[in-house]
Design a protein around this ligand. Sequence first.
Ligand code: PRP
Length: 208
Amino acid sequence: MINIALPKGRLGEKAYKLMEKAGFGCSEYSESVRKLVFRDKENGISLFWVKPFDVCAYVESGVADVGVVGKDVLEEQSSDVYELLDLNIGKCAVCVAAEKGFEDDYSGPLRVATKFVRSAERYFSSVGRETEIIKLNGSIELAPVLGLSDVIFDIVETGETLKENGLQVIEKVSSVSARLIANKSSYKFKYDELKDFNEKLKGVMNYD
Ligand code: PRP
């Protein structure tokens, strides 16, 4: 049995579709229910739907053997796991964005709203800009609109959320995509199963 942690939301749905294509679908699975654990004995998998920021905790602890997580979350958490594969889905960019017309006047610390506190600190320290980081858990785009922050440090996928809230990208920091990660002990003790899982996913991935 392979225990798999998938992130609830857009990325998890894409990852599940890829797994299904690779022959690791879950007969019990249904998008419409609020059930969080699904098992398929025939395909030898157990699926857990967890919050995107909790995937690494499940995998690092060994509760899940593998998981799917954005590179942005992986870099933020520096978890002790193996990164097996770039799944080439969930492609987006980590960006600094602000309201149209915003110009940094360097008169004080830049107020930055983000879910990615450590990554934001690393980035702004690398460019030598003093900041006040405001940790939020979602809807980050609201912060500059309501005056809670000057800028946001967040992921941009289609750019729609920025556009609809009158914000624009000031700086693109990095490109990110979804990664398949594995627990280190599981990778040793379930090597054949995990290798097969990895190879079959590779076989159905889109390489655009
Ligand atoms: C993410 C991100 C942006 C949005 C960007 O939020 O934090 O808000 O997606 O996507 P777009 O460029 O396609 O508009 P998510 O959907 O994960 O929800 P959240 O606000 O709860 O973090």
